[in-house]
Structure formats: structure tokens, C-alpha cells
Design a protein around this ligand. Structure first.
Ligand SMILES: Cc1cc2nc3c(=O)[nH]c(=O)nc-3n(C[C@H](O)[C@H](O)[C@H](O)COP(=O)(O)O)c2cc1C
Length: 293
């Protein structure tokens, strides 16, 4: 039933709020929030989420990530809009829609390669309507849930690292690894699946199943540095932040995005300092506790 209880955004919020953090301040090292992703260094593990239809366009959004030294992901857009994005910031993972017309997918993969993108991906979760099993129409384009063979063809068509967005289980993550993905973005895309298990809840099992080298990005409901810390502690390599960057971008453009990312990163570093976490790879999951009142 569609109601507040089944709203995955709220379930996710309640879950993150149910986790508390133990302090390990005595003799704690000064932390670094820098991360290395597939050999490339970034200033923060916080990645602007794949947003589209942004007032101001995706190019300025991606530039905001560059100013903050962050890897960026971007959403739906034409090949022409992608030219503008990559011109301002090539360190972008382009999340391509699951277009029913596969040539739309291949054209975007080729554009990403031509322009030196960091990677490509596909939000497979956006191929199905929330209220039924019909393939959905997004911004006038027909979508289709890709088969394993379709995904294999997309992934094998490029040397760029490929990330599937919408994976939300151990099974999905293992299938994506088998398909040759560099990683997955754990996401329910703002509640497309109602009653969705919060990504942070699934992270420890998924990390255990896929091992240390498969990239896990937690997406959805990360509102500040504390949420980011919890997801990183539970097994994410990176966290995506989408909606919280929309107002800063609307108000102050690229500088607003950069400022918000820097602020969240500072907050994350503050928690890292208070938990003895010297860097993102060394956050002990045992500092996170479920709260029982
Ligand atoms: C305005 C808007 C546009 C979005 N466009 C896309 C898109 O084109 N591709 C995609 O993969 N996700 C898209 N998303 C989903 C986000 O990437 C993200 O999964 C979702 O908003 C949850 O993260 P958040 O809580 O940090 O916003 C969009 C979300 C919003 C709010």
C-alpha cells in the first residue's frame, strides 16, 4: 500500500537516524577525507548524485564538483549537453538511462569515451514504473528493463569503468561484478521500490560478499557529513548526494555546489577525527551502533 510507512525515503531516514557513533578521540590521528578511485585522487568521498533537469544545467553542477575536488555523477541528458558537462569537468560518471532504443545508450557511451569521462553507468531501476510492471516513459523516452545480455553488451562495448545504479542487494551486486562492472550505486531512486531496505543496512553484507576492491557507492538520503560517515563506516567507498545540492546550485551556481560539498566534507572529517578514523579506508564499522531506547 502506498502510504507514509512504505515510503522508502522515510524508511531510509529513520534507519540512518537509528545509528549512533561511538567516540574514539584519545590519541586520534588527524584525518584525511581524500580518496583514490581507480587510481585517481579526489578530495572527498562525497560525489554529487546523478541529477537531471536542473535549472542551470548539468555542466555548472559538474563544475561545482570539480571546484571541490570531487568525482561527479550526472543524470539524463542529450549527447550535446554531455559535451558541455565534460568540457567543464571530465571526472564525471555519466549515468545513462535504460533507453529501450539501445542505440541511445551506445551513443552516450561513445560520447563519454570521446570526451574522456571518468566512467559511465546505467540507472536500471528507472526502467519500471513505480505503480506497475510497464516499462516507463521518462522525459518522452521509452525505457526498458535491460536483460543480462543487454547489460553485458553495454559493459563490453567500452573500456570505461561501468557502474550500475539501482543495485540493492547482495544478489544484484554479485551479478554486477560478474557482468564486469567496476562497482554499483546502491539506490532505490527516491522510493521507486516501496519498502526498500536502506542502502546503509545492506552495505555490510554486500561489502562482505563482493570483497574490498569492488566499488560501492551509497545513494539516497545522505543529508550531511554524519550520514556520509555512517555509510562509509558500513562499507561504502563513496556516497552520492543529490537533492541537498539542488538549492545551493539554484542559489549560487557552481560555487554553491562546491561550498556545500566542502561543508559536508568538513563535517565528515570532524566525525572521522572523533572516531580515530585516519582516512576513509580506515573507519572501523564497530564505531556504529544501532540505538535501542
Ligand atoms: C530532480 C532530480 C533528477 C534526477 N535525475 C536523475 C537522472 O537523470 N538519473 C539518475 O540516475 N538519477 C536521477 N535522480 C535520482 C538521484 O540521482 C538520486 O538517486 C536520488 O535523488 C536519491 O538521492 P538524494 O537523496 O541524495 O537526492 C534524480 C533526482 C532528482 C531529485
Amino acid at each position: 500500500m502506498k502510504n507514509e510507512k512504505s515510503d522508502s525515503i522515510q524508511i531510509n531516514r529513520r534507519y540512518l537516524d537509528s545509528l549512533v557513533i561511538e567516540g574514539r578521540i584519545v590519541g586520534a590521528p588527524h584525518p584525511s577525507a581524500q580518496v583514490t578511485v581507480l587510481g585517481k585522487a579526489f578530495e572527498t568521498p562525497i560525489v554529487p548524485g546523478a541529477l537531471s533537469h536542473l535549472k542551470g544545467g548539468m555542466a555548472g553542477y559538474a563544475e561545482g564538483a570539480r571546484l571541490a575536488g570531487a568525482l561527479c555523477s550526472v543524470g539524463m541528458g542529450s549527447v550535446e549537453e554531455m559535451d558541455a558537462v565534460y568540457a567543464r569537468n571530465p571526472d564525471v560518471i555519466k549515468i545513462i538511462k535504460p533507453y529501450a532504443d539501445k542505440e541511445e545508450v551506445f551513443a552516450r557511451i561513445r560520447a563519454a569515451e570521446r570526451l574522456g569521462a571518468f566512467g559511465v553507468g546505467m540507472d536500471v531501476e528507472h526502467s519500471i514504473d513505480q505503480d506497475g510492471d510497464a516499462d516507463s516513459l521518462v522525459a518522452g523516452f521509452q525505457m526498458k528493463l535491460p536483460t543480462m545480455d543487454d547489460l553485458k553488451a553495454f559493459i563490453q562495448s567500452t573500456k570505461l569503468p561501468f557502474f550500475i545504479k539501482g543495485a540493492l542487494s547482495v544478489q544484484d551486486a554479485l551479478r554486477c561484478r560478474e557482468l564486469g562492472c567496476a562497482g554499483v550505486i546502491l539506490s532505490h531512486h527516491n522510493g521507486l521500490l516501496r519498502w526498500a531496505a536502506p542502502p546503509a543496512m545492506l552495505l555490510p553484507d554486500i561489502r562482505k560478499a563482493v570483497g574490498p576492491d569492488f566499488i560501492l557507492m551509497a545513494d539516497g538520503g545522505i543529508a550531511d557529513g554524519y550520514d556520509a560517515f555512517k555509510a562509509l563506516a558500513l562499507g561504502a567507498d563513496l556516497v552520492c548526494v543529490g537533492r541537498p545540492l539542488m538549492d545551493p546550485y539554484a542559489q549560487e551556481g557552481s560555487q554553491g555546489v562546491a561550498k556545500a560539498l566542502r561543508q559536508m566534507t568538513l563535517e565528515l572529517k570532524g566525525v572521522m577525527a572523533r572516531t580515530g578514523s585516519k582516512d576513509v579506508k580506515h573507519i572501523d564499522p564497530a564505531v556504529i551502533h544501532p540505538i535501542h531506547f
